[in-house]
Design a protein around this ligand. Structure first.
Ligand SMILES: *Cc1c(COP(=O)(O)O)cnc(C)c1O
Length: 423
């Protein structure tokens, strides 16, 4: 870049002048992020560098195809972003092949199924009510409509994945693919056990690492990459990148995966998002990020312990990751009410079904909390004790009388560690 080529990027004054309504949405949302405690387990705060790539003119470029093999001219510059990103993904995850183009986690899963399965094939995956994902065979999703899905769950006594049940179901149903990885499972997954079950029945093993890939990137938990045929993930959860998806796989599946992403499932890639993925892959390879990933888990365990002390039971007795699933039945408050009461106090979390939940999903007996975002803003395990006490108070306060007081306490906690500083 020469000195005469200024960066042409996000111009908030232009947005305000052209569209004050949307400009206000943007600033109100920033205020909401700054003023509350963001405990949604799938969210994080992206860095200014990632946001700069996302807000760049790379958004303009049509680049159907892959670097060096595009269907449009003028791709030689954006090719560099994708090549750099692919090299970083392979190096960070020790993967043989990487595809940065999936628009989302759901798109990455769709492409993987398209690459390895045919409609009507049998897939063995974790049941949604036990923590699995919509795209792992729910009847309201393409995965449940197009494949014959068989579900495994957790044991009622331990609330841990029942590997004996997984092996039993695999032998019985002979799935073409086995999927592990979840949205609401707080424990480590035994990828080696899943590999051995998949090998026994000749199934592909897909690991959907959407939630925890950031912890893998930060070397805080074991990697599924050596065990899985394909690992899919989102780039916006603990990993802290732009909203999007990614796939890594063995070299012998590279061509099948690439063709499934484009042209089978998608058209042109979002090159600004691909560039932003490259940025986060660089950030995630640093010692700072590795400390972050470890602190996310330390904070998560402190929060789970704090909530247990408030009479709220962590499902499975605790957590090994960034998230906890909390059984509220002892408090007599439903997940739905707890979410609303915490929300009124600027504590943002979600209701969540617990395994064997007696309540319907729209009510739920639990909440799910994650520490990826609060750790990014610099809160520590000491702060998590206070956060747990504030949640305990908010959940128990049925008449809302303490909401203002709790949100004031939230305000002073987060203003000491702003999500996005004001200057
Ligand atoms: C979040 C998530 C997804 C979906 O990601 P989107 O980007 O929302 O499509 C897929 N699988 C799992 C396990 C997830 O947690």
């Amino acid at each position: 870049m020469s000195d005469s080529t200024p960066f042409w990027g996000p111009d908030f004054d232009a947005l305000t002048a052209i569209d004050p309504e949307i400009a206000t949405v943007v600033t109100d949302e920033l205020d909401r992020l700054r003023e509350g405690l963001q405990l949604i387990a799938s969210e994080n705060f992206t860095s200014p560098a990632v946001l700069a790539a996302l807000g760049s003119t790379l958004s303009n470029k049509y680049a159907e195809g892959y670097p060096g093999k595009r269907y449009y001219g003028g791709c030689e510059v954006v090719d560099r972003a994708e090549e750099i990103g692919i090299a970083r993904a392979k190096s960070l995850f020790g993967a043989e092949h990487a595809n940065l183009q999936p628009h989302s986690g759901a798109s990455a899963n769709l492409a993987t199924y398209a690459a390895l399965l045919a409609p009507g094939d049998t897939v063995l995956a974790m049941s949604l009510p036990h923590g699995g994902h919509l795209t792992h065979g729910s009847k309201v999703n393409f995965s449940g409509k197009w494949f014959n899905t068989v579900a495994y769950g957790v044991r009622e006594d331990t609330e841990l994945i029942d590997y004996d049940e997984v092996r039993e179901l695999a032998r019985q149903h002979q799935p073409k693919m086995i999927i592990c990885g979840a949205t609401a499972y707080p424990r480590l997954i035994d990828f080696e056990a899943f590999r051995s079950i998949a090998d026994e029945v000749g199934a592909w093993l897909m690991v959907d690492a959407a939630h925890f890939i950031g912890l893998v990137a930060g070397k805080a938990i074991p990697s599924p990459v050596p065990y899985a045929d394909v690992v899919t993930f989102t780039t916006h959860k603990v990993l802290r990148g732009p909203r999007g998806g990614m796939i890594v796989c063995k070299e012998d599946l590279a061509a099948r995966i690439d063709k499934a992403v484009f042209p089978f499932c998608q058209g042109g890639p979002l090159m600004h998002a691909v560039a932003a993925k490259a940025v986060v892959l660089k950030e995630a390879a640093t010692p700072e990020y590795q400390s972050y990933a470890k602190q996310v888990i330390v904070n998560s365990q402190a929060l789970a312990e704090g909530l247990a002390a408030e009479g709220m039971r962590p499902v499975s007795g605790g957590t090994d990751t960034h998230l906890s699933l909390i059984d509220l039945r002892e408090t007599g408050v439903t997940g739905k009410d707890a979410e609303a009461r915490c929300g009124a106090a600027n504590i943002v979390l979600n209701k969540n079904a617990i395994p064997f939940d007696p309540e319907p999903p729209a009510v739920a007996s639990g909440i799910r909390v994650g520490t990826a975002a609060v750790t990014t803003q610099g809160l520590t395990d000491g702060d998590m004790k206070e956060v747990a006490a504030l949640i305990g108070r908010a959940v128990r306060e049925s008449d809302g009388s303490a909401a203002a007081e709790i949100s004031a306490a939230v305000g002073s906690l987060v203003s000491a560690h702003p999500a996005y500083p004001r200057d």
